[in-house]
Design a protein. Structure first.
Ligand code: IPD
Ligand code: CA
Ligand code: CA
Ligand code: CA
Length: 273
């Protein structure tokens, strides 16, 4: 599929740019709060991806994080304005900006392509590990060209879960803390490494059993959701409804532990609804 090739090319080029800038000083601006940062590299990465997409697919629409005003309401509105396009790209030019700013090497580029609101191609590139995760609807998920599948854990005590704390919705951080307090004693362990998209790629590759987070955006989730579906996993919102581009409260697992995590989130009052 031409779009998958474009996404791969764009993610690798953007990743190269990001990798070159990670340990040098860069301009950091605040968006909605001190938790919500953007650098010149986020903007340059998005620009590079946009230009590459439009040079090859001039009539396609692009929803990119840095093209949208800060804050939850503006993000929701931007999705509503874009989702009806027949051919839509959904781009996170750096997922894990806080890590990038601090030099903590866990961030990625996430690029998804949706046709008629269905994600049909997804690429996540981790420039520090040179890990390229790719998926095309109905054709499986791959890491550096090798087929990947979700992990096999069947129960919570065997599970390694990950979560995260949204940058621009502070009340939700408190709500999610309740979920961690509930789940941590029941599972093998919980991680929160600061890149939703890269956590999702890890679920697809069987490196994590599952991931949940509240108040994410389409650009955090679209590529990772397809990767997990194509790797045999399960992706829903935190009430168990199927993934679509509008989902903000996500649960993505290997499938086996999905219901148990849903139940724990419900009991903790951490579904975000
Ligand atoms: C953020 C990261 C982080 C998650 C936040 C996201 P950004 O994306 O995915 O892990 O906790 O909710 O906003 O701003 O670094 O692209
Ligand atoms: Ca951001
Ligand atoms: Ca993001
Ligand atoms: Ca970002």
């Amino acid at each position: 599929m031409a779009e998958l090739e474009t996404a791969i090319q764009a993610a690798k080029e953007a990743g190269k740019l990001i990798r070159e800038k990670v340990y040098v000083s860069k301009r950091v601006d605040r968006k909605s709060s001190a938790h919500d940062l953007v650098t010149e590299v986020d903007k340059a990465s998005e620009e590079l991806v946009r230009e590459m997409i439009l040079s090859r697919h001039p009539d396609h629409a692009i929803l990119g994080e840095e093209g949208v005003a800060a804050g939850v309401e503006a993000s929701k509105q931007a999705l509503e304005e874009h989702r009806a396009y027949e051919a839509l790209w959904v781009v996170d030019p750096i997922d894990g900006t806080t890590n990038f700013v601090h030099g903590f090497p866990f961030f990625c580029v996430s690029i998804a392509f949706a046709r008629n609101q269905e994600v049909v191609a997804g690429v996540i590139y981790d420039p520090m590990q040179d890990d390229l995760f790719t998926a095309e609807k109905g054709k499986g998920a791959f890491l550096n060209g090798e087929r990947i599948t979700v992990s096999r854990e069947k129960t919570l005590p065997e599970s390694l879960l990950a979560t995260g704390f949204p940058t621009d919705a502070r009340g939700v951080r408190q709500v999610n803390t309740e979920a961690i307090l509930k789940l941590a004693p029941q599972v093998r362990n919980v991680r929160a490494a600061g890149s939703a998209a890269l956590h999702l790629a890890c679920v697809a590759a069987g490196r994590l059993t599952g991931f949940w987070e509240l108040e994410l955006n389409a650009w955090d989730l679209a590529a990772g959701a397809l990767l997990i579906q194509e790797a045999g996993g399960h992706v829903t919102d935190t009430l168990g409804r199927p993934y679509d581009l509008g989902v903000r409260h996500i649960l993505a697992t290997n499938g086996h532990v999905h219901d148990d995590v849903l139940q724990a989130l419900k009991e903790a009052g951490s579904t975000g609804f």
